[in-house]
Design a protein around this ligand. Structure first.
Ligand code: TYM
Length: 376
């Protein structure tokens, strides 16, 4: 990999991501000031993630807002690949989706791609990915989504709905397109090549459910965008509107630049981590500090490369003024790493304590969220 090069695909995120370049590479649109104003006008408020450009890019968001303004039926669609426990990075699009749902009142279709994780992960069995799907659902419910307007689709369990529609997509998807979009090779298993057809289906369902063309917005981190390029290319040919997208940046690892990796337990904080584990992980986190305390006091720290600062920015300091103050103090050498880490660990533990309690309560409610198959 050349210096400054980075990779962003649904299955690999590495290197230091240049998000401006990514917008050009993927052909998406930047969320500019005019669009921020429009969102604020429509919803009456602006989420801090949009304000800070953590939610930074989109496709056809304006058309979706128009449908909202005209009070047409609109849907949200997002998902999770259940390959393990949920980490704080996964929570970014989830929390943002909750805000979008609160603002729009839209029904959310939430896909659990247990098939994907079985196909792409050598070590996971079908049972394990399905078990993780049910475990991950608890985290979604804990964020406050309601069963009245939130439906969980599990690819293998809702095969009656998913499979026939994915066939329609697969028939229009050539091997050369799949190779060009995802970089598949001759040794890639054929299930993996088929899989993107399954991730397209929930973008078709609102039109089927409503019985008329219905707009869908897909909040996700930018790594999932390649799937939806395929979706947007194919489903209009089948009579469905193109879904709109809204993309978040990737919350960095606690250790190095890039996506948090499920195989490196230290690189992420999981929603089920204990207080002790959180303290340990934060203590070992990569920072923008200097070699010695004296140097840091004199020269200041670098918040732009500091994972602790990033955690405040993405998640644990929703007040933008307070965030700026904290980052400036760090930059000027007035706040040291130890202090920052202690404060971060305190906030993470406070959040997790509440989340874990809600997560356990969610077990008894889970059935109410499951999608009931429809005739397709
Ligand atoms: P998965 O399980 O890899 O990720 C779930 C969601 O979390 C986002 N994400 C992150 N966001 C911020 N920072 C990070 N470090 C980070 N890591 C992951 C992902 O972009 C995603 O939004 N194939 C999908 C499941 C899926 C889906 C969808 C996702 C099916 N349909 C529709 C979004 C929208 C997957 O494996 O996601």
């Amino acid at each position: 990999m050349a210096e400054n090069e980075f990779v962003v695909t649904p299955w690999e995120v590495s290197g230091e991501i240049d998000y401006e370049k990514l917008i050009t590479r993927f052909g998406t649109q930047k969320i500019d000031d005019a669009l921020k104003e429009r969102i604020k006008k429509d919803f009456g408020e602006l989420h801090f993630m949009i304000e800070r450009d953590l939610i930074f890019s989109h496709r056809d968001l304006i058309e979706y807002l128009e449908a909202f303004e005209k009070k047409e039926p609109i849907y949200l669609y997002t998902g999770r690949g259940p390959s393990g426990k949920i980490h704080l990075g996964h929570m970014i699009p989830l929390m943002f989706t909750k805000w979008l749902q609160d603002m729009t009142g839209a029904t959310l279709l939430f896909q659990f791609t247990d098939d994907e994780k079985f196909l792409f992960k050598d070590k996971l069995s079908r049972k394990e990915t399905l078990d993780y799907a049910y475990e991950n659902m608890l985290d979604v419910i804990a964020l406050g989504f309601k069963p009245e307007n939130t439906k969980f689709i599990i690819d293998t369990q809702n095969a009656k709905t998913m499979y026939p529609l994915s066939l329609e997509v697969a028939k229009k998807l050539t091997l050369s397109t799949a190779k060009a979009v995802f970089g598949f090779e001759n040794h890639t298993n054929v299930g993996s090549i088929y899989f993107t057809s399954m991730q397209t289906v929930p973008a078709m369902l609102p039109t089927i459910i409503e019985g008329k063309p219905t707009r869908v917005l897909i909040p996700c981190a930018i790594d999932q965008d390649p799937h939806f390029r395929v979706t947007r290319d194919i489903i209009p040919k089948l009579g469905y509107p193109k879904p709109a997208l809204i993309h978040s940046k990737m919350m960095p690892s606690l250790r190095v630049a890039g996506k948090m990796s499920a195989s490196d337990e230290e690189s992420a904080i999981y929603t089920t981590d204990s207080e002790e584990t959180v303290n340990k992980k934060v203590a070992r986190a990569f920072t923008g500090g200097r070699a010695t305390l004296e140097e840091q006091k004199k020269l200041g720290g670098n918040p732009d490369i500091c994972s602790v600062c990033a955690y405040f920015k993405f998640f644990f300091e929703p007040n933008t003024q307070k965030l700026e103050k904290r980052l400036n103090a760090y930059r000027k050498g007035k706040v040291m790493d130890g202090e920052n880490k202690q404060e971060l660990a305190k906030r993470i533990n406070k959040f997790l304590k509440q989340h874990q309690a809600k997560r356990e309560k969610a077990r008894s409610k889970l059935k109410k969220y499951l999608f009931k198959d429809i005739v397709v």
